[in-house]
Structures are given as C-alpha cells and as structure tokens.
Design a protein around this ligand. Structure first.
Ligand SMILES: Cc1cc2nc3c(=O)[nH]c(=O)nc-3n(C[C@H](O)[C@H](O)[C@H](O)COP(=O)(O)OP(=O)(O)OC[C@H]3O[C@@H](n4cnc5c(N)ncnc54)[C@H](O)[C@@H]3O)c2cc1C
Length: 190
C-alpha cells in the first residue's frame, strides 16, 4: 500500500533515512546557503520565488524581501503558508546503470508561515541582518547609507516562522555501480 501523504505533516517520512541530517546540520547549512526558492500557492497555482534570505537563528525565522507589490506579496497576503528550499551542488556522479546516476548535493526544506513586517524599526533590523549575512564586514552609515524611510516604504520585508524542516545530504564520492554491466572507463570520473 502506498503511504498516505495527504493527511501527514509536510516533513513526515523520509525515503532514504541515512541521508537525513539533524537540526544542528540544518542550522549550519541555512547560515551559509546563498539562495532559496520560496513556494507559495493561491487558487491552485504554485509560485516559486528565488531570493536571497537570512536565517535569523535567534527567532527561528527566515527573513527575505521583495518589491512593495508583486505576486509573492499578494500570495502571502492571501495564504501565508510557504515552503522554502535551499541547496548546494557538488560534482556529477556517473554510474553504469541508469537509476544510479546522481550528483553530490546538500539541501534543506523548510515549512512555515510568512508574515509581512510592517513595523519600520523591525523591518530595518531584518534588512540590515539580511545585508549583514552577505556582506558581514560592511556597516550601515559607514560604507553604505542607512536605510531611509522612503526606501523602507518601497520594499516588503517578510519573516517566515519555521514550523518544521528537513535536511538531506548526499556527498558520496561515487554513485553505486552494478557488477552486471561493464565498469565505466576512468575518464567518466574525471
Ligand atoms: C538568485 C536570485 C536572488 C534574488 N534575490 C532577490 C532579493 O533578495 N530581493 C528581491 O526583491 N528580489 C530578488 N530576486 C528577484 C525575485 O526572484 C523576484 O523577481 C522579485 O522578488 C519579484 O517578485 P514578485 O513576486 O514581486 O514578482 P512580480 O514582479 O509580481 O513578477 C510577475 C511575474 O514575473 C515572473 N517572475 C518574477 N520573478 C521571477 C524570476 N526571478 N525569474 C523568472 N520569472 C520571474 C513570475 O511569473 C511572476 O508571477 C532574486 C532573483 C534571483 C534569481
């Protein structure tokens, strides 16, 4: 019997449990991952938004921003439930059987509820945190101008309260090979 995923929470069941990583690994990964894809859905239409993001560990939330108006903001206003994916790729892993071709990857999926930050001082703090993740040695008011009220009014700042997450890593040196087919030439591994 296939599993019933419909009535289960989104992080239930992992098909390959040995690749699943713990909370500490997930936190470290989210601190350094550079790009996320945030999924929202309204009226039966999924929408993926690629974006920079900041994992604010202290408040267990993910911060990102967008235009003042646009599809992601409209979606979140209608349905704040979101999912986020961030991943890192390594090398491609060839095999001598079709279903074992693979690649090295690290990936995290997050499930949560997004809210729009309307309080100006909170929005400012989160935007500085986002910039600080990518440019940790730059300071507002020194290398770049402090965020003005006008700039703040021109952007939407979001915080995703994290409800669950999963981490998965496949960083094997080689994909599985079969003895039932001639071994691959060394050139495919270079
Ligand atoms: C790696 C990466 C990082 C980014 N980081 C940021 C960020 O930190 N802040 C930020 O504001 N924007 C960022 N962007 C741009 C972001 O993906 C969106 O384009 C932007 O947030 C506008 O989203 P919106 O929902 O307001 O789209 P809208 O302006 O409403 O767009 C209308 C339609 O255009 C299409 N569209 C929107 N975005 C994209 C896209 N990226 N690629 C292809 N089609 C698209 C969609 O079909 C969408 O429905 C980033 C993009 C990339 C690829």
């Amino acid at each position: 019997m296939p599993r019933d995923y419909i009535s289960q929470p989104p992080a239930a069941f992992q098909r390959r449990p040995h690749l699943i990583r713990d909370d500490e690994w997930i936190r470290a990964f989210l601190q350094k991952a550079r790009v996320a894809h945030i999924a929202s859905a309204v009226d039966n239409q999924p929408f993926l938004n690629p974006t920079t993001f900041w994992f604010e560990e202290q408040n267990h939330q993910i911060v990102f921003h967008s235009n003042l108006a646009g599809r992601i903001r409209s979606n979140i206003e209608s349905n704040p439930k979101v999912s986020l994916e961030a991943s890192e790729l390594g090398k491609l892993l060839p095999s001598n059987v079709a279903l074992e071709f693979s690649l090295q990857f690290r990936s995290v999926s997050v499930f949560g509820t997004a809210r729009i930050i309307t309080d100006p001082s909170a929005a400012r703090r989160l935007l500085y945190g986002l910039i600080g993740k990518y440019f940790p040695t730059m300071t507002a008011g020194r290398e770049y101008r402090e965020i003005t009220d006008k700039e703040l009014r021109a952007t939407s700042v979001y915080a995703i309260q994290i409800e669950s997450w999963t981490g998965k890593e496949n960083w094997a040196e080689r994909a599985d090979q079969s003895d039932d087919w001639p071994a691959l030439d060394q050139k495919w591994f270079e």
